[in-house]
Design a protein around this ligand. Sequence first.
Ligand code: GDP
Ligand code: MG
Length: 607
Amino acid sequence: YPPERIRNFSIIAHVDHGKSTLADRLLELTGTIQKGHGAQYLDKLQVEKERGITVKAQTATMFYKHTVENPESHGTDTSSYLLNLIDTPGHVDFSYEVSRSLAACQGALLVVDAAQGVQAQTIANFYLAFESNLSIIPVINKIDQPTADPDNVKAQLKRLFDIDPSEALLTSAKTGQGLSQVLPAVIERIPCPPGNCDSPVRMLLLDSYYDEYKGVICHVAIVDGAMRKGDKISSAATGRTYEVFDVGIMHPELTPTGVLYTGQVGYVITGMRSTKEARIGDTLHQAKTIVEPLPGFKPVRHMVFSGVYPADGSDFEALSHAIEKLTCNDASVSVTKETSTALGMGFRCGFLGLLHMDVFHQRLEQEYGAQVISTIPTVPYIFEYGDESKVQIENPAALNFNAGKRITACWEPTVIATIIIPSEYVGPVIMLCSERRGEQQEYTFIDANRALLKYRLPLREIIVDFYNELKSITSGYATFDYEDSEYQKSDLVKMDILLNGQPVDAMATIIHNQKAQKVGRELVDKLKKFIERQMFEITIQAAIGSKVIARETLSAMRKNVLAKCYGGDITRKKKLLEKQKEGKKRMKRVGSVDIPQEAFHELLKVS
Ligand code: GDP
Ligand code: MG
């Protein structure tokens, strides 16, 4: 296939507007997959199936015969095209994956739900595609729904993105209506990939993952030239050279072709030992040639950090192994070893966002059977000392106000949030945003009933429970997206949690001074609820420096749990003991106090 017969496109949309379903239909339509295979084909990970979201972008190649009228012969011409479809995740945390996918595309289908209209991630994704100079084909999907209002959606697209209403395709990925127009539009409206077929090979490394049998598999987009099995290729980033053992397309399973030509998207297997050698955004090129590296990707920016510890101290090796395996397939997580006096040996992990963190924890448990305790998530703060040196703090415990160095200034990261809501909810949303220390940037209407609000918000204020609260005060109607923005100066303090007077390093947080009282109270209350009474009295305190701002006491246990059935019902006694043992497994002993795993989980939810 020469580049003229290749199209590389992506599907972008707000979550649930039908990307994955549409992708499936297109794969069926081209005979790439069989009908009735069940759930969305490209959502391979278990968490994706369970949550119905796409976490990792997946690529598939399809073949399609396109027929056009030929005015000269008064007949028709049919040519076969190679189409590379790249499904993308819609959630904010994964916009990194979206922009990465777009780098290999010349066009995108912008899918919008005909009833819900443009939502927050539609806007974010549109701009990602627009900034990458892609041809955008608007697809108004779910027109089968009774509340579908495609004309209103067309008006929104015109108003927000200046898209001509006549360009919109109307489809239902459910009934199949309108789907036959999609691929012809892709071929006619999206340009073919640029590139020089005769140059030495040069390709962009889009993604990589580790397969137990095949080793490191790289997804690549060939920009110039061709790559054949047996060729030698080098990495522009590391200078290392590899032999091409296998090369082919995702059809949608790995299908060896022996060669990939200019404009194609496919996979390559070399002797790489770890995905760490396969740097996403790197340029791979013919060995022994000097090439201009392709513009790479924005480096990943970790927005949320949290400690990950084994729920049972002896499991450290197992956890370490599981994390190693998992990060092999998710290079967007950063991992460093850390030690906590309270929790022992563990890891500090950096994530793209809270959902990313959740997904990581869930995968650790589901795919590797690891039981973990995670600490209160924190954002990367910057502190300046009297001598003008600056440090980025990713673990609150590492910040020591008494280390002899005076802190003279602190900064916290902010985001620009886009919120779309039916107009009757504007009041409560403005209130929520100002409670969260937000600063209004924009307030407009996108149609007769829907408002768009833009706020600058401290990242710390949105990572914990902001989205849930936003959803609940708007009866689920609000949609939300954000992009990272600058750091702002802030009045930050470190809050310690003390159990029987001993600070628990894993529970320390950095927090805005104004919020300290409220959060301290909530943390102490939560802990009181979740720590079980023990044989002695336990005091729980929140403190800033030496000043205690909240305090509770858990009185000593008076009765023996077994006293009641002592000597009586043996099975009941056994059951109780087993239950106690079960509970123990999920406990952490901090000093002399046993803290159940749930207590740590609950602490994550305090804003
Ligand atoms: P994604 O998050 O954008 O990938 O969305 P999905 O493809 O997972 O679809 C979200 C939900 O919408 C699923 O329950 C689909 O079955 C449903 N859906 C997708 N397309 C249509 C459509 O054209 N009509 C209707 N009624 N439902 C659809
Ligand atoms: Mg999906």
